[in-house]
Design a protein around this ligand. Sequence first.
Ligand code: CP
Ligand code: NVA
Length: 305
Amino acid sequence: MKRDFLHVTDFTTDEFHEVLDLASEIKAKFKRRENYKPFKDQTLAMIFAKPSARTRISFETGFYRMGGHALYLGPADISMGKREAVKDIARVVSRYNDMIMARVFAHAHVLELAEYASVPVVNGLTDFNHPCQIMADIFTIQEHKKSVKDLKIVYIGDGNNIVHSWFELACRLPMHFICACPEGYTPDEKIMETARDAGLSTIEISHDPMSAVKDADVIYTDVWASMGQKEEIDERLKRFEGFQINDRLMAATGKNTLFMHCLPAERDREVTDSVMESAASVVFDEAENRMHAQNAVMLKITQNA
Ligand code: CP
Ligand code: NVA
């Protein structure tokens, strides 16, 4: 049986912690430039229906450094679901490659890809979630805060795919998570209820960023219009007024708070340039850790297969 990584909850709590440990080990090996080639002579097909910097670079570089070769298949190459059925692509690519990473619009596409592929499928972002990002984020928090348990994480902005993966994580790790967003931009109710029902974490929705951030260990944000929504930006700029992360909001936590952003950031919209450049900002550690966390995820799902 092959194993996929489509949601953070695909790992049990124990496995989740093992992946973080593995990420730390792999990172150390990379820093020492050790000869470490667990994917020697293997190939990873990377299917992108949307643009990317970090996801493409980190998967391609990470897989290469672990001994394999990664193929970039851009939006014009495969046109999954348009030029060819998802279930056909799944089986064709499985005949050539040892693993698939896919970034798609519809979450149903990554589910279908995983169902029909005979090799492991890793979710590199859908309209619904971004599990690799959240694995990298929590790994980054662990490095900076030493412990990842019972932190207060305040996300400010659009209730989008990033928030949904935070909810997935909240099913595995106890936290106090607040999503402060404008009315009408709240996250998916169903996944929020799932996170609450898991009974581990406190999950709240707020429409008041200033009060939400009090005592926050982490303030997190993302773009106000995700890929596929960019034409809504004028309306969103009006609706998200007051939701920008700036120095005043960072100071309102009353403690030493990390600033995080999955990137790409639209500076001086959802976050000011000064917060991005501040000592609190760990955004480039997060970006680097995409590679180490994903490498650990790919190893875990193939070792346990
Ligand atoms: N954070 C992230 O996934 O970045 P890219 O969209 O550039 O891959
Ligand atoms: N919410 C953003 C995340 C980008 C990494 C998007 O989907 O465009």
